[in-house]
Design a protein around this ligand. Structure first.
Ligand SMILES: Cc1ncc(COP(=O)(O)O)c(C=O)c1O
Length: 409
C-alpha cells in the first residue's frame, strides 16, 4: 500500500495555495499564446551581452571566490553599492543595513518567518500583490485591507484599521502590482506618520520604482521616515525596504535585497542562513560588476522607452476596442494596467473564453484579501511586442463582448 503523504504534511501546508498566475504561466508559455498574465519583462531587451561580459570578467578576476560558498549577508561590495544607491533625500544607509536575497520574493518569505505568528493582522492595500498574501498565509497571517484609489492607499482610513493591533503594514508604493497606482507624496507622509504613531513597521516593497515613464520620482517611505527622524547614524527607523534587480536587469538572476535597521538585518540573516545559506555568490558578483559600471542605469533608460511605447499601444487598443462601460487606469510607469469591466461581467468567465483564443490575463479577485474584484482584470503590457498587444486586446475585447452578449444556441 502506498504511503498517505497527505497525512504527513504539516498543518501549515493546508494554508499553502497555488498561484493563479503561476498556473496560468504554465499554460501560456507556449509561443502561440499572447500573455498579459505574469509580471514578465520584455525578453527582447534583456541585457544578455552585458551579463555575458560581466560573467567573463567575474570568472577571470574572482574565479574560485565566485564559485565558493560566501556569507549569508551577501557580497560586501554589492551590499555597499545598494546602500549608496538607496541613500538619498536624508536617508543614510551602510552595508549593515542591507541583506542580499534571492529576489524580493525571498525577502517576503524571510519577513514572514521572522515576524508573522498565527492570527497576526497584516494591513495591506486592497487589492495587493497576491504572492505576499500567499507567502504570509501559511505563517498564520490574517489580512486587513485598506482601500486604495487613484492616489494609492487611502491613508485617512488607516488609523481605525491599525486599532486594536496590527503586526505590519505592507505596501507597494510605486506603480503597484496589480493596479499600477503610486501612493501620492502627502499620503506617503501620512502613512509614515500614522505607522509611527501606532508603532507598526511598514514593509515597503518597491520593485517598480525605477520604471517611471513620466513625472517626477517621489521619495521612498524609508527616506521620509529618515528625514523626519534626522538620524545621523545609519538608518534605524520603522520601515523595511525591499528591492530587486528582477525588473531592471533580469528576473532569472534572482537577486534582490532587504534594507532595514541593522538589528533587524542581523535577525533576518539568521533566518536566511537556515533557508538557503546565501544567494548565489557568482550571480551577486555579476550583478555588482554590472551596476558598478553604470550599465544598469543606462539599461533602465532602454527599458523605460520600450515599456512606455508598449503601454501607449495597449492604451490606444483599449480605447479603440474595449466595450463601453469598461474603464482602465493610465499609469506613469511600471508594467500593469488595471481594467474594471461592467459590474455584471465576471472576469474569470472572460478568462475562460480568452484562453480558448490563446490570450491570457489575471482576473482581479486573487489580489483581494477579501475576495472582491470579480469584474476586474490585471493586464501586463511589458511582455508582449506591440503588434501582439494589439492582437491580444482584439481577442480580449471579443471575449468580453461574448460574456456581455452570449450568442445563444
Ligand atoms: C510587488 C512585488 N514584490 C515582489 C516581487 C518578486 O520579485 P522578485 O522575487 O523577482 O524580486 C514581485 C514580482 O513580480 C512584485 O510584483
Amino acid at each position: 500500500m502506498s504511503l498517505m503523504w497527505e497525512d504527513r504534511y504539516s498543518r501549515r501546508a493546508d494554508l499553502i495555495q497555488g498561484s493563479a498566475i503561476r498556473e496560468l504561466l504554465k499554460i501560456t508559455e507556449k509561443p502561440e499564446f499572447i500573455s498579459f498574465g505574469g509580471g514578465m519583462p520584455a525578453p527582447e531587451v534583456f541585457p544578455v551581452k552585458a551579463v555575458e561580459e560581466a560573467s567573463e570578467r567575474v570568472l577571470a578576476e574572482h574565479g574560485p571566490a565566485a564559485l565558493q560558498y560566501s556569507t549569508t549577508e551577501g557580497y560586501r561590495p554589492l551590499r555597499r553599492w545598494i546602500a549608496t544607491y538607496l541613500s538619498r533625500d536624508g536617508l543614510r544607509l551602510d552595508e549593515n543595513n542591507i541583506l542580499v536575497t534571492s529576489g524580493s520574493q525571498q525577502a517576503l518569505d524571510l519577513i514572514g518567518k521572522l515576524f508573522v505568528d498565527a492570527n497576526d493582522r497584516i494591513v495591506v492595500e486592497s487589492p495587493t500583490y497576491l504572492a505576499t498574501l500567499q507567502c504570509w498565509r501559511p505563517y498564520g497571517a490574517t489580512f486587513a485591507s485598506v482601500p486604495s484609489d487613484q492616489d494609492g492607499m487611502v491613508t485617512d482610513e488607516l488609523a481605525p484599521i491599525l486599532r486594536p493591533s496590527a503586526k505590519l503594514i505592507y505596501c507597494v508604493p510605486n506603480f503597484q502590482n496589480p493596479r499600477g497606482v503610486t501612493i501620492s507624496a502627502p499620503r506617503r507622509r501620512e502613512l509614515v506618520a500614522v505607522a509611527r504613531e501606532f508603532d507598526v513597521p511598514i514593509v515597503e516593497d518597491d520593485p517598480y520604482g525605477s520604471l517611471r515613464f513620466e513625472g517626477e520620482p517621489l521619495p521612498s517611505l524609508m527616506c521620509i521616515d529618515a528625514a523626519q527622524r534626522r538620524d545621523d547614524q545609519a538608518y534605524d527607523g520603522n520601515v523595511i525596504g525591499l528591492g530587486s534587480f528582477s525588473k531592471v536587469l533580469a528576473p532569472g538572476l534572482r537577486v534582490g535585497w532587504i534594507a532595514a535597521p541593522p538589528r533587524v538585518i542581523e535577525k533576518l540573516t539568521l533566518v536566511k542562513q537556515a533557508t538557503d545559506l546565501h544567494t548565489s555568490t557568482f550571480t551577486q558578483m555579476v550583478v555588482h560588476d554590472i551596476v558598478s559600471r553604470g550599465i544598469m542605469e543606462r539599461h533602465i533608460g532602454v527599458i523605460v522607452d520600450e515599456y512606455r511605447r508598449r503601454r501607449d499601444v495597449m492604451l490606444a487598443a483599449l480605447t479603440e476596442m474595449f466595450p463601453q462601460g469598461t474603464t482602465w487606469t493610465h499609469r506613469q510607469g511600471g508594467m500593469f494596467l488595471w481594467v474594471t469591466l461592467p459590474a455584471n461581467v465576471d472576469a474569470s468567465k472572460v478568462l475562460e473564453l480568452a484562453l480558448e483564443q490563446k490570450v491570457a490575463f489575471v482576473p482581479g479577485t486573487p489580489f483581494h484579501a477579501d475576495g472582491a474584484g470579480r469584474n476586474t482584470m490585471r493586464l501586463n503590457f511589458s511582455n508582449a511586442t506591440p503588434d501582439r498587444i494589439r492582437e491580444g486586446i482584439r481577442r480580449l475585447a471579443a471575449a468580453i463582448a461574448e460574456v456581455l452578449n452570449p450568442v445563444s444556441g
